[in-house]
Design a protein around this ligand. Structure first.
Ligand code: G3P
Length: 217
C-alpha cells in the first residue's frame, strides 16, 4: 500500500519524506487555506521534496475554468496529479487530461457508482472519503470494499486512494481489502508506529543492556 500524506504543511511533508516511507502528497483547497501560502509556488515546493504524485486541486467548478486551471497545475511538474471533483464537468476534464497522459485524482467520491464513472474517465486515482461517510453514520470502509470488487471485476488501472482517513483502523482495513493507496494526516501515519508492547519491551531491553556494562561502539 502506498502512503500519501494529506497536508499542505511543508515541514510535515519534509519530516515524513525523511522516513523514506512517503510515496506522495495530497492537498485540497481547505488544506491550502490552512497553510496560508500561495498555492502554485507551494505545490512547486512540495514537488521538489517528494518525487511521487502530488495532488493539486482545481478551484473552479465549471468545465472551461477547470480546464484552464488544470493546464497551470500540470505544468508545475510531471508528477502533479490534477485533482478534480466528481461532477460531470470534473470527469470531462479528467477524461481529456488522462487521454493526454496527465495523472488525475478524482475527489469527493462517496459511492461505488461514482467510482465506476471515474475509472471509465481514465482517472489515475479515485479518492473515496471514508471518514466523512462514517461521520454521517454510513460505513466508509464498505465503500472501499465495493470499489475494490468493481475495479477487480473489470481490471481497471485506476488506483483506489483511500481518503478522509481518521485512524489506523481505516488504513489497516483498507490494506486488507487491497486498496492501492491511502492518504491521511501526518498524525495518523505516526500512530501506525505505536504499540504499548513495543514501548514496554524496548524499556526492558534498554535496562537489561545497561546491566551488561557493555557498549557496541
Ligand atoms: O483530501 C481529501 C480528504 O482526505 C479530506 O479529509 O478529514 O477533511 O474529511 P477530511
Amino acid at each position: 500500500m502506498k502512503f500519501f500524506v494529506d497536508t499542505a504543511d511543508i515541514n510535515e511533508i519534509k519530516e515524513l519524506a525523511a522516513t523514506g516511507l512517503l510515496d506522495g502528497v495530497t492537498t485540497n483547497p481547505s488544506l491550502i487555506a490552512k497553510s496560508g501560502k500561495e498555492f502554485v509556488p507551494l505545490i512547486k515546493e512540495i514537488c521538489d521534496v517528494v518525487s511521487g504524485p502530488v495532488s493539486a486541486e482545481v478551484a473552479a467548478t465549471d468545465y472551461a475554468t477547470m480546464r484552464k486551471e488544470a493546464e497551470v497545475l500540470r505544468k508545475i511538474a510531471d508528477h502533479v496529479a490534477v485533482k478534480v471533483p466528481l461532477t460531470p464537468d470534473g470527469l470531462k476534464v479528467c477524461k481529456e487530461l488522462s487521454d493526454d497522459g496527465t495523472m488525475v485524482n478524482v475527489t469527493l467520491c462517496f459511492s461505488p457508482a461514482q467510482a465506476l464513472l471515474a475509472a471509465k474517465a481514465g482517472a489515475a486515482f479515485i479518492s473515496p472519503f471514508v471518514g466523512r461517510l462514517d461521520d454521517i453514520s454510513s460505513d466508509g470502509l464498505n465503500l472501499i470494499q465495493d470499489i475494490c470488487l468493481i475495479y477487480q471485476n473489470y481490471d481497471f488501472d485506476t488506483e483506489i486512494l483511500v481518503a478522509s482517513v481518521r485512524s489506523p483502523m481505516h488504513i489497516i482495513e483498507s490494506a486488507k481489502m487491497g486498496a492501492h493507496v491511502m492518504t491521511s494526516p501526518a498524525s495518523v501515519i505516526k500512530q501506525l508506529y505505536k504499540h504499548p508492547l513495543t514501548d514496554s519491551g524496548l524499556a526492558a531491553f534498554v535496562e537489561d543492556w545497561k546491566k551488561t556494562g557493555q557498549s557496541i561502539l
